[in-house]
Write a protein that binds this ligand. Structure first.
Ligand SMILES: Nc1ncnc2c1ncn2[C@@H]1O[C@H](COP(=O)(O)OP(=O)(O)OP(=O)(O)O)[C@@H](O)[C@H]1O
Ligand SMILES: [Mg+2]
Length: 413
């Protein structure tokens, strides 16, 4: 129970952490993009302001005064394309790499012929009259490289980050689960101890009530009914206490069992023989259907616990004249054995089906109390089946009957 709870906490923690990691990576990439774009714009702005003295605007068209001065102005920025255009947008001169040879007025960034350029362009004036345009282009390659490098680094780090987060998640879940585990262990101990303590007085009351009943019977008993009630109540109390103690043991996995190999068919036959008298007394036909030989890894006591609870229910919830059939199917291919208890009893309403394995749950509380059911039988069946790594399925329709199927891993014959 706690292991799967812990696993869930770790998974949640891991998913959340990865989401945060992914978000941080995206924010980081966006930050690099904005930062680099800003510095590229800044660089273009500085170059544009510095290059002014190298442009001669006195003629009809603007022209670089001489290459040497342009080179002197910007010797280190040889990756910037510098272009001069006339007023009609015809390229007059350019310095640096080829770039995109046209005047780009509207956009800051252009992709053409496989190259992406950050662009800055401004009008050149002479005596306040426009004479042409200066356009600067800077490749965005460095920005793309920086972002790619960042993403690759984050991706390369991700396995370590996942492992790290998983480890932290495990530690956190251990810390989170510890107090709950302690609390549940205390509760389980309490139920086991309380059960142990109640067991003795319940047995004493029962024994004394029975002995009193016998003694008074001899003298003509006026209190027979009262005594029977005391006796049966004590008996029922004893059953509840034993069931609770068994559940507490199964919960805390402290139940000592000697693992052995059990043959299902013989257990079914011996249990049905034990139950036959009670079934006859109620006029319910108990029969065995297909009974295949199957061996499972468990002790006989566990298997008897499962089957006897299912038979008890079938007997209790089937009217006289009804039929209860027990079967065992060994599926060699799937490696599963199916133990089936099927009755033609009162059935279970669909809305109650999800609850019948809960402790103390009874469909019809008033009726079951009078017939002695405390609602623990099926929770014991489920807990026992789970110790064998199996599962219980139920199929039922009110008024028609129920079928309980216990699926257990079978041993090869
Ligand atoms: N074969 C069945 N047919 C109809 N209803 C059933 C059947 N088996 C179980 N139920 C319903 O499921 C409820 C839970 O069953 P469970 O065996 O846990 O408790 P119980 O039989 O009432 O009491 P206990 O087994 O502790 O004496 C029952 O009260 C009953 O309403
Ligand atoms: Mg029962």
């Amino acid at each position: 129970m706690f292991k799967s709870f812990q696993r869930q906490i770790v998974l949640w923690f891991l998913s959340l952490s990865l989401l945060v990691y992914l978000t941080c990576s995206c924010v980081g990439a966006l930050f690099i993009y904005t930062n680099k774009t800003h510095s590229m714009d800044e660089e273009l702005r500085i170059v544009a302001s510095q290059i002014g003295h190298a442009i001669d605007v006195s003629g009809k068209n603007p022209t670089f005064r001489d290459w040497l001065r342009v080179v002197e102005t910007e010797p280190a920025r040889s990756i910037i394309t510098m272009q001069l255009f006339d007023l009609n947008g015809h390229l007059l001169e350019h310095y640096g790499p080829d770039g995109i040879p046209r005047l780009i007025k509207q956009l800051n960034e252009v992709t053409e012929n496989g190259q992406q350029m950050r662009v800055r362009q401004g009008q050149l004036l002479h005596d306040n009259k426009p004479v042409g345009y200066l356009q600067l282009q800077l490749p965005t390659k460095t920005r793309t490289e920086a972002i790619t490098e960042f993403i690759l680094t984050m991706a390369a780090m991700s396995p370590f980050v996942i492992l790290g987060f998983a480890q932290i998640g495990k530690t956190v879940s251990n810390i989170a689960v510890k107090p709950i585990e302690q609390l549940v262990a205390t509760l389980q101990r309490f139920v086991a101890d309380a059960g142990h303590e109640l067991n003795t007085p319940a047995s004493i009351i029962q024994a004394r009530a029975q002995s009193l009943e016998r003694k008074l019977n001899k003298q003509g008993n006026l209190f027979e009914e009262d005594l029977q009630i005391i006796s049966s109540s004590a008996e029922r109390m004893g059953y509840i206490v034993k069931d609770l103690m068994l559940l507490a043991e199964l919960d805390s996995k402290t139940k000592q069992t000697t693992e052995s190999i059990t043959e299902i068919k013989s257990v079914v036959e011996s249990l049905t023989a034990e139950f036959s008298e009670r079934f006859e007394a109620k006029d319910v036909l108990l029969k065995t259907e297909l009974l295949e030989v199957a061996r499972i890894k468990t002790n006989e006591e566990t298997l008897r616990g499962i089957l006897s609870n299912l038979l008890e229910n079938a007997l209790k919830y089937t009217h006289p004249g009804g039929i209860v059939a027990v079967g065992c199917v060994n599926n060699a291919i799937s490696g599963e054995v199916r133990l089936i208890v099927k009755d033609t009893g009162i059935g279970i309403p669909p809305e109650c089906l999800p609850h019948i394995f809960e402790r103390f749950y009874r469909v019809d509380k008033s009726r079951d109390r009078s017939s002695g059911g405390s609602g623990l039988g099926l929770s014991i069946v489920k807990a026992l089946v789970e110790t064998l790594s199996g599962k219980v399925l139920v199929d039922s329709s009110p008024g028609k009957g129920s079928q309980f199927t216990v699926i257990l891993p079978a041993l090869k014959n």
